[in-house]
Design a binder for this molecule. Sequence first.
Ligand SMILES: *[C@@H]1O[C@H](CO)[C@@H](O)[C@H](O)[C@H]1NC(C)=O
Ligand SMILES: *[C@@H]1O[C@H](CO)[C@@H](O)[C@H](O)[C@H]1NC(C)=O
Ligand SMILES: *[C@@H]1O[C@H](CO)[C@@H](O)[C@H](O)[C@H]1NC(C)=O
Ligand SMILES: *[C@@H]1O[C@H](CO)[C@@H](O)[C@H](O)[C@H]1NC(C)=O
Ligand SMILES: *[C@@H]1O[C@H](CO)[C@@H](O)[C@H](O)[C@H]1NC(C)=O
Length: 564
Amino acid sequence: MKGIAFLLTYLVYCSNIDPIRADSPEVCLEDSSCVLGEYMSGNEIDSFEAFLGIPFAKPPIGDLRFSNPEEAELWNGTLSAVYPKPVCIQRDYLNVSKPISGSEDCLYLNIYRPLRGGGGELPVMFYIHGGGFFAGSPNPSFIGPLYFMDTSDVILVVAAYRLGLFGFLSTNDEEMTGNYGLKDQKLALQWVKKYISAFGGDPDRVTIFGHSAGASAVHLHLMNNNQEGLFSNAIMMSGTANTPFALPINDPRDQVVNLAIAAGVNEAEDLSSADLVQALRSIEPEALLLAADNLKLWAEQPLVIFHPNIESETWPGAFLTNDPSDPSIPFGGVTDIPWIIGNAPSKGEALVIALRLASNTSLQEELNESFSSRLSIALSLPATCDTEDVIDTLVTEYMDGKHNLNNDTLNGFLELLGDAYFIYPTYKLLKYNVNSRRSDFKGIIHFDYRGPYSFSGYFTNSLTDFGVSHYDDTLFLFDGPPGLSNGYSKESREAALVRRFVRVYQSFAANGYSDEFAGIEECNDLNFPNCEYLSIVKDEKPFKTGNTWNLKRMTIWEQIYDIC
Ligand SMILES: *[C@@H]1O[C@H](CO)[C@@H](O)[C@H](O)[C@H]1NC(C)=O
Ligand SMILES: *[C@@H]1O[C@H](CO)[C@@H](O)[C@H](O)[C@H]1NC(C)=O
Ligand SMILES: *[C@@H]1O[C@H](CO)[C@@H](O)[C@H](O)[C@H]1NC(C)=O
Ligand SMILES: *[C@@H]1O[C@H](CO)[C@@H](O)[C@H](O)[C@H]1NC(C)=O
Ligand SMILES: *[C@@H]1O[C@H](CO)[C@@H](O)[C@H](O)[C@H]1NC(C)=O
């Protein structure tokens, strides 16, 4: 009875998986290690194959909590890979009413492919989900594979990685080196390199792509000095390594001590790093996640508290040894990986940072009570930039000089957050890297199409239309979370946009290029920023050429970062 109830719940939860067909697809990685997947119903095609919950690392529990991930041993026999695994345990600050969910044992990946692998040697797309490094899910109810599978021309892989304190805490020494979430992603990429040919994928044509923190992670993989040919193309949408939410914090070890104190570890200030790690390993994961609430300075701000950190090259498995804020080395010497970058409009990008501040008047009043200090918390400016003068300069430019948030200053406030976290970091990355001698830059996407669904309601918890939101472009790549995207009717212009937008990604994965950029003037160090980008807008002809940056604002940010 229990089993049936579970099955029914499951079918409702993820109704396009059909777990009862007898001729399930099977793939063998090695002679005695096989996986049994499932057929899923397609969108414009009949069906495709899904292999859900394949382990790529040993469960990061016990002594492996706060340790570099270790490769999972292959199993003996046939692994049933028909249900998604629990998400990596998380406290989701994007929606604080959501209870803690997931499990520490979460390092699994999902693979989707055309029937029987579509004949072999397909390009592989490896997606890194977003969620500020503290939330998100690789599972098909969130990252739906239907649209990519409609192309029948690509294998999609989506892997989990450790989140929040489990993925990004560091004592800033060898005891707890940090960057575990990024190392998990890299181990998943190594798994793909080793085994994807068994699924019909081409291990030499792997494209890494991501949104938001997932895009920051893509950028960090580009900076990684030991990529070992794990990927050949990269796409970053709405996220970079040099955004304030991803930049290393100054004092990662202090953060560990503060977390330990909040979690009730005795005399945490006096413990050695080794003892701190030992103490934190003995605490229940939920208790640690709740203790981390104490590291918030105001409301949900700063939104992201656990960041990637810079490691010493001598630490075992060091992932990030360059400073991502240094524009001269953002690609760690990589010159031959074609890459695309993109954003939504500044105001919409900001919604994921502002969250309910965009709509909740009592939160706005709280901000107003202590405007400069709370604004600087929300901006996560580097400590050296965090001065009254800098805040005044920004408020003058964006909020008409008014030090309070109200309906008149709301748009400017959002543009301020959007430029701080998304637009200026993209601009800076481009400014130093469109030079073709230093990298193989292929183009910019500006996504400005609001369809029938938008993340704006999800982030702001209101019905107000804030235009195109951060993450809205994902609704044209993946069939998304329930309620946010139930698909588009076949004749709609949204369905046409899905086909065309997915093709941009798929052809980039196949050839390192997309025809949609053909008529667009290439950016280089001579014409930047007066070069063109691909602009996707709500219009009869949704693919346009655009070329406007707010140069005045970009210059203000450059001056701010110059002095600090
Ligand atoms: C698989 O079987 C071999 C030979 O019996 C054994 O050495 C190995 O440990 C087994 N692996 C697993 C993951 O059980
Ligand atoms: C936030 O989470 C709560 C509890 O899970 C849920 O009821 C609510 O719908 C969520 N809010 C949004 C905007 O999704
Ligand atoms: C606004 O935010 C406050 C503080 O988090 C909360 O108590 C209140 O319920 C929110 N109001 C609305 C209308 O969502
Ligand atoms: C503070 O926030 C509220 C938001 O409801 C707004 O109406 C008010 O004008 C703001 N400014 C001041 C100075 O209180
Ligand atoms: C501010 O805008 C909101 C949403 O549009 C509206 O409900 C509210 O009445 C406005 N407040 C003022 C003081 O105009």
